[in-house]
Design a binder for this molecule. Structure first.
Ligand SMILES: Cc1ncc(COP(=O)(O)O)c(C=O)c1O
Length: 390
């Protein structure tokens, strides 16, 4: 069989199923509004929750660092690539997270992949929420640990899996997102921690969509709920609320030292670049100190949530900045997303299988949005979606 013909026929099948993916290319700074195809559009699908991806404080930090230290880190962390900015970032992160140490990877995906596969193997068992992020799923696969998938946020299902299996393995680890990226709901952290204690398990918590947003200083959901000292492995990203790029693992010193020596996605990849690292340092400082941004974001979340509830749409109950409208078929989701973009200048992503089981429109609120922006989105959503129900 010809390889390229094979690829084309696979692509054709994806198109027939309405699952073909393409880029939507924007050509301005990130922000509440961005330029797309020469037009100003309202951005409702970015993870720039606090607006830091276009914050002047980060931009100036990047310029200063690039002028002083250059661009590329020039090597992997264990060879020539560790700059003093990397260790400064890791110290700032562990201070904020109130852990002994932290380590930074080039992306959140690489952090999940590299940490899970380094810590666990076939002697261990991983209990993973069915809606955990792809990086977690891939990390588990790579680790060869025994995998038990529990129903989404279902602590009874988790408990029955733990009860039946925990005695068979060296370590049992429960892995969950704190905020689920494609649903916007929260893991039942308190109950999960009760099970961790009952079955002497470990907890690995992915705070990708909570870092910068919850907790007095933006540390994440575990801090907000006063449960941070119950988490064994704290994971998060610098690519969402922090407006930069990179992933981190924070925890006890041995944990971090072990990753530095054993994690393949950390060891065999060039260290994050100087400008990105400088942006991340500034982002951690802003997250720690600028309470006003977080307050504005939470006001916007509340306002948008109330507005959506008045529309009576099929919205997945959200406890975050992420709001998802469930739709009964893929074509409808694609059409709604396209109509919002082309007719009303609103970027609202359509999320389809295999990323999720049921198609949906995913909307993200940011601290940059004004009430008028949110009112406009609510009005156009109502027109676009309700007209299809008639
Ligand atoms: C829950 C979760 N974990 C990890 C990641 C990966 O982070 P990054 O985009 O920094 O690679 C994401 C990003 O989509 C995410 O949603």
């Amino acid at each position: 069989m010809n390889f390229y013909k094979h690829l084309q026929s696979e692509l054709d099948l994806i198109k027939i199923d309405n699952l073909y993916r393409n880029f939507r290319i924007f050509s301005s700074k990130p922000g509440a509004c961005v330029e797309y195809n020469g037009k100003k559009i309202l951005q409702m699908s970015s993870n720039n929750y606090l607006g830091l991806a276009c914050d002047e404080r980060l931009i100036q930090a990047v310029i200063r660092a690039a002028e002083k230290y250059g661009i590329g880190s020039t090597g992997s962390r264990l060879l020539s690539g560790t700059h003093k900015l990397h260790t400064e970032l890791e110290e700032k992160l562990s201070e904020l997270k109130e852990t002994e140490k932290a380590i930074v990877f080039s992306t959140g995906y690489a952090a999940n992949l590299g940490a899970i596969s380094a810590f666990f193997n076939e002697k261990d068992a991983v209990y993973s929420d069915e809606l955990n992020h792809a990086g977690i799923i891939d990390g588990i696969k790579l680790s060869r640990a025994n995998k038990f998938i529990y129903k989404h946020c279902d602590v009874n299902d988790l408990e029955s899996l733990l009860e039946e299996n925990h005695k068979k393995f060296r370590f049992n680890v429960i892995i969950t997102d704190s905020i689920f990226s494609m649903d916007g709901d929260r893991a039942p952290l308190k109950q999960i921690i009760d099970l961790k204690e009952k079955y002497n398990a470990l907890i690995y918590l992915d705070e990708a969509h909570a870092f910068g947003i919850y907790g007095e200083k933006g540390q994440g959901l575990a801090h907000e709920l006063n449960l941070n000292d119950k988490i064994d492995i704290h994971m998060g990203t610098l690519s969402k609320a922090a407006g930069s790029e990179g992933g981190y693992i924070a925890g006890k010193a041995e944990l971090i030292d072990y990753l530095r020596n054993k994690s393949r996605s950390f060891i065999f990849s060039t260290a994050p670049s100087i400008p990105v690292t400088a942006a991340s340092i500034k982002a951690v400082e802003v997250i720690r100190d600028d309470f006003g941004l977080r307050k504005k974001l939470h006001e916007n979340i509340k306002y948008f949530k109330q507005g959506l509830s008045r529309l009576n749409l099929d919205v997945i109950p959200s406890e975050s900045a992420i709001f998802c409208l469930k739709l009964d078929n893929i074509q409808k989701a694609v059409d709604i997303s396209n109509e919002l973009l082309e007719k009303h200048s609103i970027m609202a992503s359509c999320i389809r299988p295999p990323t999720v089981k049921t198609p949906r429109i995913r909307l993200c609120v940011s601290a940059l949005h004004t009430k008028q922006d949110l009112d406009y989105v609510l009005e156009k959503l109502a027109i676009t979606i309700l007209s299809r129900l008639l």
